[in-house]
Design a protein around this ligand. Structure first.
Ligand SMILES: [Zn+2]
Length: 220
C-alpha cells in the first residue's frame, strides 16, 4: 500500500535525527513539520516518541486546522502552533521547534536576541523576538507565536524554546542552527562588551540580498 506523503514523512525523521546530532534537541523534546505544497497537508512528528525508533508511518498527517488526515499516532502537542504559523505564513513549508540551550536561555529571560551577527540578519531577518509566555500545547501559545514571528524566520517562546521556519524544511533546519549560534555569539559578545545590534535598515538589505540569491525558494 502506498503511504500518503511518504517522502515528506521520511524527510521529517531525517531532520529530527540531524537535530539530535547537532544537539538542538535532547530526548523527545522539540517537534518538526513539513507542509506539502500540492495538498496543503502538514506532516508532523508524533508526541513523545524516541526519534531513533521512528518509521514513516509514525509521522502524522494533519490539515492546517489540525484535523488528522492520516496516521495512528497522537500528533505532537505543539501541532496547533505549527498549524497557526502555516495559516499565517503561506511562504513557509517547513518548521523546526527546538529547546536548544543558548536560545532557550534568552527565552527564559524573556529577552529578544539582538541581531549582532550578519547571518542572523541575512537568514532570520533581524532581532529574534521573544513571544510572551503561554502554556505549552495551547492555542494561546499557537496564536502568540504566529503573531510574534511576523515576517521573520525565527522566534523565541518565553520560558520554553525557539521556533525556526523556512520555505522548506532544509532551510528551516539551517535557520534553527543559525538561531542557536546567534544566541551563543550574542551571549559571549555581551560578556565582552556592549552589544551593538546591526541597524534594522542593514538587516533588511542583507535579508533582501539573501532572498534574491536563493531565488524562488523564497516566495516572498
Ligand atoms: Zn517545546
Amino acid at each position: 500500500m502506498i503511504l500518503l506523503l511518504e517522502q515528506q514523512r521520511k524527510k521529517i525523521i531525517e531532520i529530527a535525527l540531524r537535530a539530535q546530532n547537532e544537539k538542538l534537541i535532547v530526548l523527545t523534546f522539540g517537534n518538526f513539520s513539513i507542509r506539502d505544497k500540492e495538498t496543503g497537508y502538514i506532516c508532523v512528528t508524533p508526541s513523545g516518541m524516541n526519534y531513533k525508533e521512528l518509521v514513516p508511518e509514525d509521522i502524522v498527517v494533519v490539515d492546517e486546522n489540525c484535523n488528522i488526515i492520516d496516521g495512528k499516532r497522537k500528533p505532537s502537542i505543539e501541532t496547533p502552533m505549527h498549524c497557526a504559523v502555516y495559516r499565517k505564513r503561506k511562504d513557509v513549508n517547513g518548521i523546526v521547534h527546538t529547546h536548544s540551550s543558548f536560545a532557550t536561555a534568552w527565552a527564559c529571560c524573556e529577552q529578544d536576541i539582538p541581531c549582532v551577527v550578519a547571518e542572523v540578519a541575512a537568514l532570520i531577518g533581524g532581532d529574534i523576538k521573544c513571544a510572551p509566555y503561554r502554556p505549552m500545547g495551547t492555542n494561546e501559545l499557537a496564536d502568540i507565536v504566529a503573531e510574534t514571528i511576523g515576517d521573520n524566520d525565527a522566534v523565541l517562546l518565553a520560558k520554553h524554546g525557539a521556533l525556526a521556519v523556512g520555505p522548506d524544511i532544509e532551510i528551516a533546519f539551517t535557520n534553527a542552527v543559525v538561531v542557536e549560534e546567534g544566541a551563543k555569539v550574542a551571549y559571549y559578545a555581551k560578556s565582552i562588551g556592549k552589544l551593538e545590534p546591526i541597524p534594522q535598515e542593514e538587516c533588511r538589505a542583507l535579508r533582501k540580498a539573501t532572498i534574491e540569491k536563493y531565488g524562488q525558494k523564497y516566495n516572498k
